[in-house]
Ligand binder design. Sequence first.
Ligand SMILES: Cc1cc2nc3c(=O)[nH]c(=O)nc-3n(C[C@H](O)[C@H](O)[C@H](O)COP(=O)(O)OP(=O)(O)OC[C@H]3O[C@@H](n4cnc5c(N)ncnc54)[C@H](O)[C@@H]3O)c2cc1C
Ligand code: SF4
Ligand code: SF4
Length: 493
Amino acid sequence: MRLRCEFQVSNAIRIPTTSFICLSPYHCSRLDDIGYKISKGKIVVSRKRNCSWLGCRVFPPRVVVSTSTRCCLEAQDSSSLYEKEKYPHRRLNNYGGLGGKYDTRVYPAKSLCSHCGLCDTRFIHYVKDSCAFLNQHIGELEYAVHGKERDLEKENELYFGVHLDMLAARMKQPLQGAQWSGIVTTIATRLLETGKVQGVVCVTNEESDRFQPKPILATTVEQIFASRVNKPTLSPNLSVLDAVESSGFTRIAVIGVGCQVEALRSVQSRLGLEKLYVLGTPCVDNVTRKGLDKFLRTTSSSPSTVVHYEFMQDFRVHFKHDDRVIGGNGKRWEETVPFFGLKTNELKDIFAPSCLSCFDYVNSLADLVVGYMGAPFGWQWIVIRNETGLEMLDLISSQVETMPLSSSGNRKQAVQNSIPAYDQGMTLPMWVAQLLGVVIDKLGPKGLEYARFSIDSHFTRNYLYLKRNHPNILQRHVPEYARRIIEQYHLPQ
Ligand SMILES: Cc1cc2nc3c(=O)[nH]c(=O)nc-3n(C[C@H](O)[C@H](O)[C@H](O)COP(=O)(O)OP(=O)(O)OC[C@H]3O[C@@H](n4cnc5c(N)ncnc54)[C@H](O)[C@@H]3O)c2cc1C
Ligand code: SF4
Ligand code: SF4
């Protein structure tokens, strides 16, 4: 590789930054002010320098530059050095389990691990910098991915992260068996059909258990279709990253929740991809498979027939049951339980510690987020974070109906009241809970205000959990936007 030097050699010489390789997870092209010195007529650049823009490590290919009036840069055989520096994980063989370099019987984030799957792959090499629980760095990644950090002075950005637009949408023909109307599955399918990607990372379930997640790198429409509907348990989606790398694919899409996406974004530049589409969902209160059993047993009247469930905007949990299991006609029937009737005292320990410490409810680093909580009942809530997100949504523009979002009511008092109630594990008699459910559904927060209600309630709860159980990481783990949200409320000691 020979690069023409753009600059006249003089005392004010600058080496073009195109001759450097960014080694940071962001793989940015904004290398800045990399130091060098002139020695014995040669420009000497040390092998590892920091870029003064973000302080990231950069790697110059071996540079030999003569200080003649016109100079040229010569990067000598940089490819093998580059490979070694850029993809050190590729040299890992026996990396996990007993006797491996990393003992994955105990995941690096220990009890806070959300089993995102990164540590089941050679990408464990980067865990210290990438794990959402060891190095919470959403702000930096927002900058790298979206070109800006969220503006904390704008309420919608404070709550919902960087975005170009938000709207409500639903499929004109809802996809049967999807969690909501199937927007996520339809976009993923279109990405593959149009050749924008060669594969999609998504999660199906084990044949023997509809709630046991099984992440895959889908390469057919049928496989993507089989991944529809939530598996409401911790899912190691990133465990297929080794498969992604060995597939040689250069354009893929990944569907995932916040903690998975933060780790993914951190290692994105190590994947050797030309294009990555990240299609995210919001996520909160996730549970282990055992925790899910307890939740269903405690809350539903027929735990074994639940096909899926959702905490909805009408302040009720909606369970969908499959009555084939109990000899019916195969139709689905619905059961609702008001939030205020949940047996909080029994359910407190079912949520995974990772999810009780999580402040990325809205999946800040995905290109496009598809949830429900900011939209009217029955609609999906879409957050378009950047141009890639817009490109994904455009793929299904003729198949969806859309409408603007709205916001009404005032969440603040309801959130403040719920903080001590949850903390003390208060449970109301079911008839009171039903009544309260009806009243709050009529008068309570709606649309974006409901989404803020949910964010406020979870952030205050999670802050208290961290403060009591992991005070040593409180300072570094709670992002500034979450602090500002929590500061609006009075918390118990
Ligand atoms: C654990 C969990 C909690 C959620 N909580 C909220 C919430 O509080 N508020 C809100 O607005 N939205 C939440 N969502 C998102 C919402 O429930 C829907 O998933 C979303 O609106 C998409 O609906 P859909 O019909 O388009 O999805 P579908 O077309 O049915 O596709 C669902 C997709 O989710 C993926 N998936 C399933 N389970 C998991 C998992 N455990 N981890 C990662 N990916 C998975 C599958 O690969 C599939 O591609 C949550 C999602 C999950 C997975
Ligand atoms: S959350 Fe993911 S990256 Fe962190 S320790 Fe667990 S598996 Fe590893
Ligand atoms: S709640 Fe947070 S930590 Fe838990 S699975 Fe969802 S995104 Fe990950």
